[in-house]
Design a protein around this ligand. Structure first.
Ligand code: PRX
Length: 577
């Protein structure tokens, strides 16, 4: 079937009048100061994310409104109102303060999607602590690296995650003073005896709030520091890009161990006072369709990998369900192929609306909003308050590309409230991200004549698997720990469902033979240390890995060879390979 290149929209035909009707007009009228005034602020001045997300609703007319509808993996459902959430958050905050957690201390959270996670994150924010959420599929090694980089004082986890992830490295995290197992009897006792009232720490917009780890090409993960003022952007983007309205039932499928799951699984929906669905279970096509149907989800925020998994599961399953309440679907994290946009229209009755952002941007920057015509394959247009452009890096600085349809690096005018304020302990690396007042994203893109942005690729070697960024260096380091491994080079190998899978090339030390059994051992070693989300899925042996003369493994070349692509400029290659 021939498909149009544009899906036309008519704002008047949308079931709910969109918050953003006319992008150009709203952009012209927009100011971040005005956006801030839509929030309450702390009594007597200051700003705290948890106050905007919970307290202002709990003390107003939305106190009894459901904040979280938690769907247990075992099948139970728990509805938690804003008032109840406020009580749990305050108990957690008191408990943390009682343990000596003060403003600026780092609280790490390694939990599955359970109600305690929400109380822990928001409670820590109320204490003025810096919250570092971690993905529960991280193995002991990524966990230890991050806690040590972030100088974690408290780790909030569960008994089973403690056993599987923490125990092995518990003695190797010297800054940790407390490990709380939220399903343990000791914790319960402390929690229940903590008061449900709490005097919030008087944070200001520039005080740190979250620490989110992200991966680069070289070195260990980078800790992107965010501030309380970011809530202004979360609220504004929740309004514009997700079109949240007070009676919405919103479901963000991302895990809060990643920034999408905190910015849009916790902060934005709560800041809007809407009901959020939290599903404890992992992806399952039938379960997900059932949730959309039975929970009467109105706005859904998910990821391309999930959409492709639903497509793969087949239309037969989808046809068993109905989604009359669903009115807006958005996706983020990886390129959304046009077929997926159209699949949405055919199966859900709505196109999927792609949007773009990064850990560093803290919130959605470029989006397809409800009233906008959608060009399948495009990420959309910059939101109000966001200035984007395409640039070329030159020896003497950068040059803004004036023409349409020219590929270059995507850049954003610095200064929006959710912009990261630093890479923890790496001032020079942070400064390198900026030039001439622009934040350089490291993504390649182009802009068309209508102002739509199109993703082209990443400018670096970082891997995107199922929407999660994976640093090749972290994986290579763990492989190198194995006694058989001489050198390791890790790349992202294109995959039709998850975007890329992690593939490792390994050369062996003298005395080791490249055999299937050793391959299995290496895969198991990596999985145990790194966890399933980060470990390689494939390993190939090579007699030697291509290196530059300065000794760096040329991942670009490994990838080109894997894909049968031209090998490009090999002038820096060392010796014969
Ligand atoms: O390469 C871009 C890709 O994901 C990167 C950001 O990943 P992360 O920091 O984990 O951010 C998570 C929050 C979204 C970007 O640099 N990316 C993100 N959105 C899109 C995308 N690639 C293509 N299309 C998108 N819509």
């Amino acid at each position: 079937m021939a498909r149009a290149t544009v899906i036309r929209k008519n704002a008047a035909e949308l079931r709910v009048a969109p918050n953003l009707r006319d992008l150009d007009a709203e952009r012209a009228a927009f100011s971040w100061d005005a956006a801030r005034r839509e929030l309450q602020g702390l009594p007597g001045g200051g700003l705290n994310i948890a106050h905007e997300a919970v307290d202002r609703h709990a003390s107003g007319p939305r106190a009894a409104h459901v904040a979280l509808r938690w769907l247990a993996a075992s099948g139970g459902v728990r509805a938690i109102s804003y008032a109840e959430l406020a009580g749990a958050v305050n108990r957690f905050a008191n408990l943390l303060r009682g343990l000596g957690v003060a403003k600026g201390d780092a609280v790490f959270v390694l939990c599955g999607r359970i109600p305690e996670l929400y109380a822990a994150v928001l409670g820590a924010l109320k204490c003025g602590a810096v919250v570092a959420p971690l993905f529960s599929a991280f193995g002991p090694q990524p966990l230890k690296t991050r806690v040590n980089l972030g100088r974690g004082k408290v780790l909030v986890t569960t008994a089973s995650l403690y056993e599987r992830r923490v125990k092995k490295v518990a003695g190797e995290m010297p800054t940790l003073e407390h490990v709380l197992q939220v399903d343990g009897a000791d914790f319960r006792r402390m929690f229940d005896s903590s008061p449900a009232e709490f005097e919030i720490e008087k944070t200001v917009p520039e005080d740190p709030s979250f620490l989110h780890f992200t991966s680069g090409t070289t070195g260990m993960p980078k800790g992107a520091v965010h501030v309380h003022g970011a809530v202004v952007a979360h609220h504004a983007t929740g309004k514009y890009a997700l079109d949240l309205h007070p009676e919405d039932v919103f479901w963000c499928t991302a895990d809060p161990g990643w920034i999408t799951g905190t910015s849009y699984g916790i902060v934005a929906p709560l800041a809007h006072g809407v009901t959020s669905i939290v599903d404890e279970a992992e992806f399952d096509a039938e379960r997900w369709y059932r949730i959309l149907q039975d929970e009467r989800v109105t706005v859904w925020y998910t990821a391309p990998t999930a959409i492709r998994l639903l497509m793969k599961a087949g239309a037969g399953i989808a046809r068993q369900f109905r989604f009359p309440q669903l009115r807006f679907v958005a996706s983020v994290g990886e390129p959304l192929n046009p077929e997926a946009v159209w699949w949405g229209k055919e199966v859900l009755g709505l196109p999927i609306h792609d949007n773009w952002w990064q850990t560093e941007t803290g919130g959605i920057m470029i989006a397809n909003t409800p009233a906008m015509d959608v060009k399948p394959g495009s990420m959309g247009k910059p939101l109000p308050g966001i200035e984007a452009c395409i640039v070329h890096r030159k020896n003497s600085g950068i040059e803004i590309v004036g023409n349409d349809d020219v590929e270059g690096e995507l850049a954003l005018r610095a200064g929006w409230p959710s912009m990261f304020r630093g890479y923890l302990g790496e001032e020079a690396r942070y400064r390198k991200c900026f030039a001439d007042g622009l934040y350089l994203t490291g993504d390649l893109a182009r802009r068309d004549a209508d102002g739509y942005y199109w993703f082209v690729g990443r400018a670096d070697d970082v891997i995107k698997s199922a929407g999660h960024l994976i640093g090749p260096f972290e994986v290579e380091s763990v492989l190198m720990e194995h006694p058989a491994v001489a050198e390791a080079g890790v790349i992202g190998k294109p995959d039709p469902v998850v975007g890329e899978i992690v593939k490792a090339f390994v050369s062996l030390k003298a005395g080791f033979v490249p055999a299937e059994e050793l391959k299995m051992q290496l895969l198991a070693h990596a999985r145990k240390r790194l966890g399933a989300a980060v470990a390689p899925k494939e390993i190939a042996f090579a007699a030697q890995l291509p290196r530059t003369r300065s000794g760096k493994i040329m991942r670009r070349l490994l990838k080109a060879r894997e894909l049968g692509l031209p090998e490009g400029d090999l002038s820096t290659l060392e010796g014969p390979t």
